[in-house]
Design a protein around this ligand. Structure first.
Ligand SMILES: Cc1ncc(C[n+]2csc(CCOP(=O)(O)OP(=O)(O)O)c2C)c(N)n1
Length: 280
């Protein structure tokens, strides 16, 4: 459900040159920040036309031109990087903000705590957005996080911590908008915890036991953020069924075009393997 929280945060008045950093679940964040779907899909396929010329794969997609500083395969690895971007934004003084996305598991790692400490101390223009999907791989959050809500940790750094229903697009939008305003006004970082869920297993590798019950899964499927947003908009007469079907079809088509582009693209040449590894 990363895409719904990312979309809400992005819509909360983030501009093109505001910067974000992602996790090992980076695709939704990339799309929300405006990444080109074809280049993203080509990177997933390891093709030359991809964002990293096919050498980064799913977990290393970055597009600096839109402020997407990268996905990151290291749990919590992106948090200090984007905190550095927050410091740069503050020093430049042009009102940019920086947004870190990470999971509940990452909030137990040292880089999370070091980053929040320095960002709070220096009042960096940051949003720390924890997408708490209630499990780290297969470990329930209650078995790995010492507090009930990750946001309780905000108190240790003297910054606001806000829990929000991560499957409610408009609720996430409101919380994110207030945090963006706070950051732009020089009041420092906010920790936001979006309670959410993932529908699939941690990885697509077959045979890894999933501790989650089918009933729990069904309950969360009933809270599908896209379906909830669509029904809220149609109930308020802001979206017709017909307009939604057209939009849905257009999105599907865009994805199919991206897949076709990726499939038709060439693999990188062997002799490019060490290109772009060292700066000139
Ligand atoms: C430093 C590090 N340790 C372990 C891993 C293996 N690993 C990949 S994802 C993951 C779980 C992370 O949980 P969370 O931060 O809650 O993110 P989620 O997968 O739930 O979105 C782990 C342990 C890793 N990639 N990096």
């Amino acid at each position: 459900m990363a895409s719904s929280t990312a979309t809400s945060v992005k819509r909360a008045k983030l501009k093109r040159d505001d910067q974000i950093i992602s996790t090992h679940r980076g695709h939704g964040h990339c799309i929300a920040k405006g990444a080109d779907l074809k280049r993203m899909m080509a990177e997933l396929y390891g093709k030359r036309t991809g964002y990293c010329k096919g050498k980064g794969g799913s977990m290393h997609i970055a597009d600096f031109s839109i402020g997407m500083l990268g996905a990151n395969g290291i749990v919590a690895g992106g948090i200090p990087i984007i905190t550095g971007a927050g410091l740069a934004a503050q020093l430049e003084g042009r009102g940019r903000v920086a947004v870190s996305f990470f999971g509940d598991g990452a909030s137990n790692a040292g880089p999370f705590h070091e980053s929040l400490n320095i960002a709070a101390l220096w009042k960096l223009p940051m949003l720390y957005v924890c997408e708490n999907n209630l499990y780290g791989v297969n470990t329930p959050v209650a078995d790995s996080v010492s507090v009930k809500d990750v946001t309780e940790r905000a108190a240790a750094y003297g910054i606001p911590g806000v829990v929000v229903d991560g499957n409610d697009v408009l609720a996430v939008y409101e919380v994110a908008e207030a945090a963006v305003q706070r950051a732009r006004a020089g009041q420092g970082p906010t920790l936001i915890e979006c309670k959410t869920y993932r529908w699939r297993n941690h990885t697509e590798i077959q045979g890894i036991p999933d501790p989650r019950s089918p009933q729990e899964l069904d309950e969360w499927k009933d809270r599908d953020p896209v379906a909830r947003l669509v029904s809220s908009l149609t109930e308020q007469n802001l979206l017709t069924e017909d307009a939604w079907h057209k939009l849905d079809a257009a999105i599907l088509q865009e994805i199919e075009d991206a897949v076709a582009f990726a499939q038709d693209s060439p693999f990188p040449e062997l002799d490019t393997a060490v290109e772009d590894v060292f700066a000139d």
